[in-house]
Design a protein around this ligand. Structure first.
Ligand SMILES: C[S@@+](CC[C@H](N)C(=O)[O-])C[C@H]1O[C@@H](n2cnc3c(N)ncnc32)[C@H](O)[C@@H]1O
Length: 294
């Protein structure tokens, strides 16, 4: 099955990244190469350093970027190690970093347990080489840890009830699949919550995914590394998909602006147009923030 991932805020993000006429950019979230392709199309002298920790995505992106052979390199790495990637590539300064956070359609539509709509083993790893899986979080974390994660990362008001139900259920038998987890969540939440705007499992699944992939820690670590590698007028462009990510990006940019290191280019975050959301509902929660190296 061919998977299509529609790049979000494509024109807006690529313009903000490349309008400084730079030559070397880092795309920290290659995915299927949607943004990468658009960046490489901007000018013939652009060289792109690509990072992703999903080997499967990298293989598909390579194929998608074939026509640009020789103008990009791909590293399978966590973007929190962006400094190591640049050292290995022998690059001291670059003209911009792009982060298009979250999961790709490839991951959401896979049998890797990212989606509560597809019954699959509880996995949720972007990087198949890491040892922490959703199975381990669900079956081995203490009730307290589960409450914390579901509340903090999922902003789920029924975190306590859900964590309790998980712990009760796993006493009888490990929870092995997304389907089983959905059933446990449904058994824990009050009836009216089942008829709300979003599926009752949405927030818990998001929380577990964030924990498995250490998404917030990676983002923070990576952001703080970027200014040292940016040329003057180098750009930092970040597309986030939920409030916790956006908060981290916003605070980071504000802090660096105060220090005189970055200048914020987006007073308010850029969000997708109605048209884009209609065409690609997955874009609806996207927020783009950009800053420039002073
Ligand atoms: C939203 S997708 C990117 C889509 C891409 N811009 C495109 O247009 O095809 C996010 C990608 O970032 C990767 N990713 C997320 N967190 C990462 C991290 N900490 N390190 C490396 N890659 C990461 C995921 O594996 C996924 O492929």
């Amino acid at each position: 099955m061919e998977v299509v991932h529609k790049p979000v805020l494509l024109k807006e993000s690529v313009k903000l990244l490349t309008e400084n006429n730079g030559k070397i950019y880092v795309d920290c979230t290659l995915g299927l190469g949607g943004h990468a392709k658009e960046i490489l199309k901007q000018r013939k002298d652009i060289f792109l350093i690509e990072i992703d920790k999903d080997e499967e995505a990298i293989q598909i992106a390579k194929e998608n970027l074939k026509e640009f052979e020789g103008r990009f390199v791909i590293y399978k790495a966590d973007f929190r190690d962006v400094d190591l990637v640049l050292q290995e590539e022998g690059v001291e300064k670059v003209d911009g970093f792009l982060f298009d956070l979250g999961t790709s359609m490839l991951q959401l539509k896979s049998e890797r347990g990212f989606s509560f709509q597809i019954d699959a083993p509880l996995d949720m790893r972007m990087d198949k080489e890491q040892t922490l899986t959703a199975y381990k979080v669900v079956n081995q974390y203490s009730e307290r840890e589960l409450v914390r994660i579901i509340k903090e990362y999922g902003e789920e008001k029924f975190a306590k009830k859900i964590a309790r139900a998980i712990v009760q259920r796993r006493k009888k038998k490990p929870i092995e699949t997304t389907g089983e987890l959905v059933e446990v969540i449904l058994s824990a939440v009050p009836e009216p919550y089942k008829h709300g705007r979003i599926h009752p499992a949405t927030k818990t699944f998001l929380a577990i995914r964030i924990e498995v992939n250490k998404e917030l820690e990676s983002l923070k670590e990576a952001l703080y590394k970027t200014p040292d590698y940016l040329n003057p007028k180098g750009r930092l462009v970040v597309i986030s998909f939920h409030s916790l990510e956006d908060r981290i990006v916003k605070h980071f940019m504000k802090e660096k602006e105060k220090e005189g290191v970055l200048r914020i280019l987006t007073k308010k975050p850029i969000i997708p147009s109605e048209e884009e959301v209609k065409e690609n509902p997955a874009s609806r929660s996207a927020k783009l923030r950009a800053a420039e190296r002073v």
